[in-house]
Design a protein around this ligand. Structure first.
Ligand code: ADP
Ligand code: ZN
Ligand code: ZN
Length: 743
């Protein structure tokens, strides 16, 4: 027996309520999430439309009270209905309130003043006009005469200009309109953030063999009515964007639309221009720098069917399109696709759900796919297409891995290895540029040994322990803690510490060693204002600096043909972030960083400094060997039961009183253990990675299971507990499925 959770009649305000119906056997195979069903509703059992938002194997109510679904409603689902279904899906899978989910998918509909343009056009023939003009002049109706004269001489006029330049009052215009001498045509003027910046060239490229194969594989399925998710795996510069554009062009010809998701940071003018050049005005962009008015207008245009392609970050997924053919997600491995506020949805999952609602296919593209996506592609759940070649003459750079343990042994305690210093010196002399990259992410309190490279890890979770201000080391998964040792537990060296250098310190060191060098720095501090990010990159691109120092921001997007050296100062930092995805992120960052060197015709070089030169993330990134990385990483995930080998649910608790919070967290942990869900592992509670934020204490519990449905079930049980016990009103609790970042 199968049960369907539905939202009834979503035009109603009460979308918050989810109702359960029995699925008749005849429909069991056909009925899918997102479909419209007809259900008997209310006392009179009148048939109403309902949207299916989920299924359950067992009923949540007494079975005799559950009615049966009447049938499936065929036909397409309107945009707003799709978005509300998407919100319901978020509520179900991510654990938020319906209200929070609706706020996410339905943008503020605050109407901002629209700009209208009014054009005045003469209704009379030249001859009739001349005759009437003479009459006006005879009667000394000068204002009317001026207007008619202008219309006859110059043709249609803009109302604003006519009022201003002919010195008229609006009454004159209305007068002539009433006499049927002229007509006023009104058009809404949309605020177009890219207006005037482009010319459409309808540029089409001859695709190469691999590109053609990818397009044809996906298109063949599409034409046959097969809808699924594809992973397009191709190094940067291999022509993925051209593949997307060709598929979009085809789907537009079929009267469909496309959404293109791009991480905010890669949403540059150049990217957008390429789409404008190909598709012209029927492209729209949504991003966080739009004004409310601009955003509203783009939304209106989309709703009116004036747009075929919507480009933007995560939120562009909620474009009010009703005829979507493809949803494309470029750089699918990017962390910014995961929402860090409730509902904590991942845009990849949301895209797949929305695609299901409207019969679209999803294309995920990346040079370094997430382990999750690659795993699904390998198992056949996703289609897999590859692009292996690179366009132009760009060759892979020479990569050198420097062992910082050896540097220390030989007396160099500075930030730069001798190799990196020499390479920088050489670039300065022959006028080429250097990028110095610090892969530092917010929290990284790990402790490692500079003599042997060992980082101190949790004996239970195999993630690094974090050094807290009280001098103790803690695990953010299970709560294990221990005192900070004074000597390395592995080799006895006293050079054991956290890594503290920041971008500012590196900037200072560059200036100290190379007083003649012009240095730019790009990090969180220097990119606070809207334009500063582009400004720094543009200045560097124009050769206004020799060295660019920065965090991960600098490795994305832009091409600098004069950069022939990339230095990674301490590859280990991201490796030891205290979560299970650290190796994956390190591999991705290093691969991108190495790929930055030598984009032009000059040969490039990359120097990776590290204390663990043999680590597979570093070795495979240096060779740009994705397969090599994946095959190691997936073994590790399977062995330790981390995603994609299992599913993880983070339960985040926060509250103003520490003791009370920890006590409740302990209690919740015990309650969950007493659910006795077979195969469920409860980890923690533990103090969160950021154990206090804005005077709120934070704790975390992780649940692990190989079946996603089991985690969903556990969450629902927890929600019931939260509803029943009033004590939980004093604690703020959030759920996070397959968290990307440590809380
Ligand atoms: P990706 O999206 O994989 O990074 P792009 O689509 O940006 O790659 O392609 C990289 C460069 O190669 C671009 O300048 C693009 O114009 C060019 N390019 C891509 N495909 C072709 C093609 N079939 N013929 C000629 N140039 C191409
Ligand atoms: Zn050591
Ligand atoms: Zn642990």
């Amino acid at each position: 027996m199968k049960y369907a959770n539905v939202i009834v009649d979503i035009s109603h305000e009460k979308v918050d309520r989810i109702f359960q119906y029995r699925v008749p056997e005849a429909l069991e195979e056909r009925l899918e999430v997102g479909m419209q069903a007809e259900v008997p509703f209310g006392a009179g059992n009148r048939l109403r439309k309902a949207c299916v938002v989920g299924f359950a194997a067992s009923p949540d109510y007494p079975p005799e009270k559950i009615k049966e679904i009447h049938g499936i409603v065929e036909g397409s689902v309107k945009a707003e209905e799709q978005l509300i279904a998407l919100a319901a899906w978020m509520r179900e899978t991510c654990g938020s309130t319906m209200n929070q989910a609706l706020k996410t998918v339905l943008p503020v509909r605050q109407r901002t003043r629209q700009k209208l343009s009014r054009t005045l056009t003469c209704n009379l023939s030249e001859e009739e006009g001349r005759k009437l003009l003479k009459e006006y002049e005879r009667k000394h109706w000068q204002a009317k005469a001026r207007l008619l004269d202008a219309l006859l001489r110059y043709g249609p006029l803009d109302q604003q200009r006519a009022l201003r330049e002919l010195n008229l009052s609006a009454a004159v215009i209305h007068g002539l309109e009433r006499e049927n001498v002229l007509r006023v045509e009104t058009k809404t003027l949309y605020r177009n953030p890219f207006e005037g910046h482009f010319t459409q060239k309808k540029r089409e490229m001859l695709l190469n063999r691999e590109q053609t194969a990818a397009v044809e594989e996906i298109w063949k399925d599409y034409a046959e009515g097969i809808r699924k998710t594809y992973l397009l795996h191709g190094v940067t510069g291999s022509g993925k964007t051209e593949v997307y554009m060709e598929l979009i062009a085809r789907v537009i010809r079929e009267g469909k639309q496309a959404i293109v998701l791009i991480p905010e940071i890669a949403l540059t003018f150049q990217t957008v221009m390429r789409f404008y050049e190909r598709f012209g005005e029927r492209v729209s962009v949504m991003h966080s720098r739009l004004s409310d008015g601009e955003r509203y207008d783009q939304y209106q245009r989309a709703e009116n069917g004036e747009i075929d392609v919507m480009i933007g970050p995560r939120s562009a997924l909620f474009a009010p399109f009703s005829r979507i053919g493809f949803i494309i997600m470029d750089e699918e491995h990017e962390g910014s696709y995961k929402s860090e506020t409730v509902p904590r949805y991942h845009a990849r999952d949301a895209a797949r759900f929305r695609a299901k609602l409207c019969g679209a296919s999803v294309i995920l593209g990346s040079a370094t796919p997430s382990v999750d996506s690659y795993d699904r592609a390998r198992s056949g759940q996703y289609g897999l297409c590859r692009l292996s070649g690179r366009f132009g003459d760009a060759k892979l750079p020479r990569v050198c891995i420097v062992d910082l343990r050896v540097e220390l042994k030989e007396g160099n305690r500075g930030i730069f290895s001798r190799r990196l210093k020499a390479a920088m010196e050489e670039r300065l002399q022959n006028g080429q540029q250097t990028m110095l990259f610090l892969n530092r992410r917010g929290l990284s309190g790990f402790v490692s040994c500079r003599s042997c490279g060992t980082a101190i890890r949790c004996p239970h979770c195999d993630v690094t322990l974090s050094l807290h201000s009280d001098g103790r080391l803690r695990c953010h998964y299970c709560g294990y803690e221990t005192a900070m040792p004074s000597l390395c537990p592995s080799c006895g060296s006293r050079y054991i510490s956290g890594f503290r250098a920041g971008t500012q310190q590196i900037e200072r060191e560059v200036k100290k060693h190379f007083p003649q060098a012009r240095v730019l720095r790009m990090d969180y501090d220097t990119t606070r204002t809207k334009e500063s990010y582009e400004q720094i990159l543009t200045a560097f691109g124009k050769g206004e600096a020799d060295v660019l120092v920065g965090t991960q921001m600098i490795v994305k997007g832009h091409d600098f043909p004069n950069v022939t050296l990339v230095g990674v100062l301490a590859a280990d930092i991201s490796l030891y972030a205290s979560d299970y995805r650290a190796s994956e992120r390190t591999f991705q960052l290093l691969t991108q960083a190495v790929g930055r060197a030598g984009r032009g015709d000059k040969a490039g070089e990359a120097v990776i400094q590290t204390y663990v030169p043999d680590h597979y993330s570093i070795q495979t990134a240096a060779r740009q060997d994705y397969e090599g990385f994946y095959s190691q990483e997936i073994l590790y995930r399977r062995m330790l039961g981390y995603p994609p080998a299992a599913f993880l649910l983070g339960i985040y608790l926060s509250g103003p009183e520490e003791a009370f919070l920890l006590e409740q967290a302990e209690r919740l942990g015990d309650i969950i253990r007493r659910f006795r869900v077979a195969g469920l592992t409860v980890i923690g509670p533990a103090a969160a990675a950021l154990s206090r934020k804005s005077d709120m204490y934070r704790a975390v519990i992780y649940l692990k299971h190989t079946e996603e449905a089991a985690l969903l079930g556990a969450r629902k049980q927890i929600e019931q507990v939260l509803e029943q016990e009033t004590v939980w009103q004093k604690i703020y609790l959030q759920f996070d499925y397959n968290p990307l970042n440590a809380y």
